[in-house]
Write a protein that binds this ligand. Sequence first.
Ligand code: GLC
Length: 581
Amino acid sequence: MLSLMSVETVTPDTSLNAGPLTLIHEADNAPGWWRSAVIYQVYPRSFRDLNGDGVGDLAGITEELPHLADLGVDAVWLSPFYRSPQRDAGYDVSDYCDVDPIFGTLGDFDVMMAESHRLGLRVIVDLVPNHCSDQHAAFQAALAAPAGSPERDMFIFRDGTGPDGSEPPNNWQSHFGGPAWTRVARPDGQPDQWYLHLFDSSQPDFNWDNPAVHAEFERVLRFWLDRGVSGFRVDVAHALVKAPGLPAWGGRADGGSSEGFPGHEAPMFGQPALHDIYRNWRRILDQYGPDRILCAEANVDPLPRLANWVRPDQMHQAFNFPYLHAGLDVYRLRGVITDSLEALDAVGAPSTWVLSNHDVVRHASRFGYNGQGPRDGDGIGPADPQPDIALGRRRAAAASLFMLGLPGAAYLYQGEELGLPDGVDIPEHLRQDPTFARTGGERLGRDGCRIPLPWRAAETHLGFGHGRDPWLPFPSSFAALARDLQAASPSSHLALYRDILRLRRGLNLGRGSLSWAEDWCTGSSLGYVNGTTLVLMNLNHDPLEMPAGHVLLRSDPSGAGRFLASGETAWLQLGPDAAAD
Ligand code: GLC
């Protein structure tokens, strides 16, 4: 286990021209590929449609995997491809041990695994244990069985309140809007009990107080481990267990803190009994060797709570949502990075870093706002203030270069290497995120960040597929951002990502140390040293003078000289032999 570093300002080695440094984190030599890995999220619906039905598939992933190997990532994480009615884009699973026909077959999965391993890529899959689809056989059995039956006990059924039970059992709200309870009817049509769904009504929550639920998921873990996966991204990992008695909660449905409702008191998140579940899963993974990992999707605040999920005997890592939410606020970024490294060093785990995923507006769009951008999960519509995409892409490149110099593991979301923005002009009838329907269109939802990838500019559907229209339409800007055009240009966003990942690996930055370079930490710039690499990001309107050093990479390839422009990041190699650029 790593020891917690005391924070001190040290006089640096004079050969590193970086001024005073504040050491936060020491280099990490502990074994484990995942401690420094760059993991690329594939969103199967939108990656590549090989069979021409308008939706991406496993064969399409296999086909394009060489591009990911070439990009230089270590692993891919696949969002759900299991059997599902697709009411929440596959996060509503009706069979955890089969592939949905829209994505292919288990045979296609095995071929994809073999190709990944041939290319030296590991594969992590999504596990959705908080809820399933209402079409899952267990839920159908629960509906057919009476109140109090073992079938109902797989889920969270309760009688309603009010004189005739017509009010929900408590006041919990769904993440996607509206009450978190839906009432069912008896076979004779008479109103019956209510079931809990923290998400859509088509996603009933499992009852994790029931050992049968534990047994079922242990089977699911083994099924995919036996097929060679390197681990699991665990969906809403902090939600499985609910506080006894399901006490009322008037705070945010996503468990974030709000006035009078600190997130750590939310009765549906972060309950102590979760630890035993993950200890047990860890034991199962460890039976397959030390290389299989669990990563928690646990959107909790404040940051030290995140470390609750990662322990030597529980999860290996957790997504760092506070980092994603810090945006480009240099004070928040510094605070989150310091807190992350300290909190996770204390439990012997690496931090992770992430800027985009399938639930948030892409960072090329988010950073295109000078003021307040869209809220998580709300999306951007044609009537909303529009981001300045050129600005957003420039800042996105800076933010990615900054992030990928940090020690620890990083998660990338498909298309961010192309600097893709969100789609804005999505006709209402094509919107699929349940948030849109459940809020009567008030919240647009997450479809904008899920637009298919543009592979080849001159081909039908930009090379995503050659048959039916893609399930979401391309924004007009996507043609110019197609991968083939960017692959041919040394100054493209894609070329920058490739260079970053090559250098990150060559300099071993994922395993490195972190010290704040105080002279560069101003109100509008941030600088840190990892090993002998100085990473500087400037968000000021004025250029920032860089110290003497060999410039390894800058996020704006047109930039040159001793100055760093606004919205730019550079990596500099410091040391006695460093020459001024
Ligand atoms: C997670 C997923 C999100 C999904 C939700 C319910 O937050 O990332 O896409 O809608 O869980 O499963």
